[in-house]
Design a protein around this ligand. Structure first.
Ligand SMILES: [Zn+2]
Length: 409
């Protein structure tokens, strides 16, 4: 394999024509040079020259012969997906998870490390570096086959600088993640908010494929959304677009971490559901949750509430249905405001199945405007527990294949 595509591959790909052609091969391969010229509107000699460079680098390979419309059968081209790797990292408040994947998004290796409470920037970064190092080592591939590292970081992120501006659950501010990882690994690094990254992952590999307008809503400890508008990931000038967790659903509702009352997050997040279960037990409601925790109500988890609901526990069913209703209101507001064609639900709640999804759907049918609601499908994410890490390496792929910033804004 040529030396030319190594750590400098980003700059190398930054010729617009080169990445345009690579992207056409990625999306339409196996494809002939003639078809590439037709789709890109570049001249055949330009296509031939750039394809020669892509072949020389090992990034593209010739595959089987195509069918001919008379004359010689054309030679077909495809991306050499399994010869290169990208690294995707989910940097959460409690754990850091890193994966390596081939260029077609297949996860190859995983590594995970716990983050202690209030780690401080130095310890947090050292766990981040060691998790990335471990997953790269275990992938057992030459250094030059790694093309970049993407990080999906919880909290407020400036993706242009690769900077974590504020990570509320870690109480960290102004941590330059890109700088640290670039220095450590000599690879290009992309950083974005975890849910924004997840939305991009859904658009490349998940339920958002082929859909130019959709919203990915992630419900876990916090609640956030990634918004794809007209095929672009929308950040807003302060990078906060999608912070729907802090929109007010009930003005007299429970207090939220942001200082307001009745935010969506204070009603549907994992901790919010657990709090409702604890209060009900204090009021004396009978529930399996009290039995299972032997009265230690602080041990109740969202997952436990779902399991109890499956066992027919009335309180747990009620809590999940309420959560679906509150979420339905939040999502109706999104549908009325942004007219998405799809809403993808991810995180713990999406795995709680019909208890949440059914009441969510009913609420949207009742409350959202009919025209946009009819057009909008609401589905659960299928990316699974790797979702944010997949989204994180998609940040790298997106930069590599669309350096002019298509797919981003
Ligand atoms: Zn709030």
């Amino acid at each position: 394999m040529s030396q030319s595509i190594q750590t400098g591959s980003f700059h190398w790909m930054k010729s617009l024509n080169k990445s345009t052609i690579a992207n056409v091969i990625r999306l339409h391969g196996p494809i002939s040079r003639a078809e590439i010229a037709k789709l890109t509107k570049l001249t055949p000699p330009t296509v031939t020259n750039i394809v020669a460079e892509l072949l020389e680098s090992g990034f593209v390979v010739e595959s089987e012969l195509g069918t001919s419309s008379g004359g010689r059968k054309p030679i077909m081209l495809r991306i050499n997906s399994s010869a290169f790797y990208v690294v995707g990292v989910y940097a959460g408040a409690k754990k850091i998870k890193a994966v390596t994947a081939t260029l077609d998004g297949q996860v190859v290796r995983r590594a995970e490390e716990k983050v202690p409470a209030n780690p401080g920037a130095e310890q947090f970064l050292s766990i981040l570096v060691s998790t990335v190092r471990r997953v790269i080592d275990e992938t057992n591939a030459p250094q030059k086959s790694f093309l970049g590292i993407g990080v999906g970081m919880h909290g407020l992120v400036d993706p242009r600088q690769g900077l974590s501006i504020f990570a509320p659950n870690l109480q960290l501010r102004q941590v330059n993640i890109r700088e640290v990882l670039e220095n450590e690994f000599a690879l290009p690094v992309e950083v974005d908010n975890d849910v924004r990254a997840l939305a991009l992952g859904e658009s490349w590999f998940g339920q958002g494929q082929g859909i130019g307008n959709f919203i990915c809503v992630n419900i876990g400890t916090g609640v956030g959304a990634g918004i794809i508008l007209d095929d672009r990931l929308y950040h807003g000038p302060s990078f906060t677009a999608g912070e729907m967790g802090h929109t007010t659903i009930d003005i007299d509702g429970p207090p939220c971490s942001c200082g307001n009352n009745g935010c969506l997050e204070a009603l549907v997040s994992g901790p919010a559901m657990e709090a409702r279960a604890r209060e009900a037990i204090k009021r004396g409601e009978a529930t399996l949750l009290a039995e299972w925790t032997a009265g230690k109500v602080e041990e109740i988890t969202g997952e436990m509430i779902y399991r109890a609901a499956q066992h027919g526990d009335a309180l747990s069913v009620k809590i999940l249905e309420q959560t679906g209703r509150y979420l339905g209101i939040g999502i109706s507001n999104l549908i009325n405001t942004l007219n998405p064609l799809r809403v993808i639900i991810s995180g713990g709640v999406s795995r709680a199945g019909d208890f949440v999804m059914a009441s969510l759907q009913q609420t949207v049918e009742k409350r959202a405007l009919q025209t946009p609601a009819r057009e909008c499908s609401i589905v659960a994410s299928q990316l699974g527990p790797d979702g944010i890490a997949i989204g994180a390496f998609t940040l790298v792929l997106n930069k590599l294949f669309t350096p002019a910033g298509v797919g981003e804004m």
